[in-house]
Design a protein around this ligand. Structure first.
Ligand SMILES: C[S@@+](CC[C@H](N)C(=O)[O-])C[C@H]1O[C@@H](n2cnc3c(N)ncnc32)[C@H](O)[C@@H]1O
Length: 380
């Protein structure tokens, strides 16, 4: 039997089917800046529609839901910002049609987006996999895959309803890349948010940045932005998902970026003690269970040199209060949007955990999600 995959990557196929050649700059539908366009125009149109729908949900429907939550609390004689137990908040709000409208639009839009993208990825799988194979051993930076890796159970969840999660679908990198373009409601098509984070990243007081690790790098956008900002540094992106780092490496090659990518665990990075000056992570901690989060913090303390900085994007000092609409939304997100570890995450006082591992803390109370890091650990 003819192997279509082998055919797709053969020299003959390169001549016969130019889409597989991945010659620099050649793509059937082209690029918009750094963004490679989706495989089909109809898919792109639907994706644009879903992105606009998400904007409307996040702005208008959420506003209406928040106002309605205040009314319901007041109607029940409760302070909307008071310490109402989460179970009571859920009981009060979960069947209200305005809140339900907001939540279900959010989740269903997301499910539609994943389903549509995955169907297109499946349809174009031969081409997409061949393109990655073509790049595996090329480029300025290296790629390390570990197909026999022992995957901890928590990493196999289909977080935010992403089909197959990060480890269970060969095209998870493609799915995440285009899917999160939708999450960022069109504001990150040129990796703007990741460049902003890289620009703001806290560096050691002595200004020396020779080695950087981006843990849970996903599709590699922050890793690449860090390499852009520190071109002389050795920059690594690691992720438990083989398909994630494979996609990241291919994309880095597209723009001639020299970051290295490896399929490794953030709690067992395999790097020597004190190796890094800076460790970053974007949106890692809220997707990991509490026990593994503790191991990741300890491992980061081990691999940072004295004075090195640890800048995760999604951790804060103190436990978050799960009150009012915010509490309800976190519950909903966990239950229906499958953000499995969210409630454990918001109950963790990361400042306390950092200090217990020998970090001092620098706070950034002005930090806004996506652009700046709320809290930085400095290794003693
Ligand atoms: C929400 S994504 C964030 C990806 C990327 N940092 C970004 O900003 O888009 C979380 C990533 O963390 C990875 N991850 C989860 N647990 C991990 C672990 N223990 N070690 C390494 N990566 C992990 C997942 O595979 C996923 O790619």
């Amino acid at each position: 039997m003819i192997s279509r995959r082998a055919l797709a990557t053969s020299a003959a196929a390169t001549l016969l089917v130019p889409a597989f050649a991945r010659a620099k700059g050649y793509e059937p539908r082209g690029y918009v800046g750094r963004l490679e366009r989706l495989f089909e125009l109809s898919l792109e149109s639907r994706d644009d529609f879903i992105t606009e729908h998400r904007k409307w949900v996040a702005k208008e429907l959420r506003k209406a839901a928040q106002a309605r939550a205040v009314e319901i609390f007041k109607g029940a004689g409760l302070d909307p910002n008071g310490d109402v137990p989460l179970a009571k908040t859920v009981d009060l709000l979960k069947d209200d049609p305005i809140l339900a409208n907001n939540c279900w639009h959010y989740v269903r839009g997301q499910q539609l987006m994943w389903r549509d993208l995955q169907a297109a990825c499946d349809k174009h799988a031969d081409q997409l996999i061949s393109e990655m194979e073509h790049e595996d051993k090329r480029g300025k930076g290296t790629l390390e895959l570990n197909p026999t890796m022992d995957l901890p159970a928590y990493t196999k969840e289909e977080i935010h309803n992403q089909p197959g999660g990060y480890v269970g679908y060969e095209l998870a990198g493609h799915l995440y890349y285009y899917g999160t373009n939708n999450f960022w409601t069109g504001l990150n098509y040129q990796d703007e948010m990741h460049h902003q984070l890289a620009k703001n990243v806290a560096i050691p007081a002595d200004g020396k940045v020779k080695r950087i690790l981006d843990a849970g790098c996903g599709d590699g956008r922050l890793t690449m932005a860090l390499k852009d900002r520190f071109p002389e540094a050795e920059v690594w992106g690691i992720d438990v998902g083989g398909p994630m780092v494979r996609f990241a490496h291919m994309r880095a090659n597209d723009v001639d970026n020299g970051a290295n990518f490896a399929q490794r665990l953030a709690e067992d990075t395999k790097f020597p003690d004190g190796y890094f000056d800076v460790v970053t992570s974007m949106l890692l901690f809220h997707e990991v269970d509490a026990a593994a989060n503790k191991k990741i913090m300890s491992e980061t303390a081990r691999i940072l040199r004295p004075g090195g900085t640890f800048a995760p994007s999604d951790v804060r000092a103190g436990q978050q209060k799960l009150t009012g609409y915010h509490g309800f939304w976190q519950w909903w997100n966990t239950r229906w949007n499958y953000e499995v570890w969210m409630l454990e995450h918001v109950a963790t006082d990361y400042a306390k955990e950092f200090v217990a591992r020998g970090f001092t803390i620098a706070q950034n109370p002005a930090a806004k999600a996506g652009a700046q890091v709320p809290m930085v650990g400095i290794k003693a």
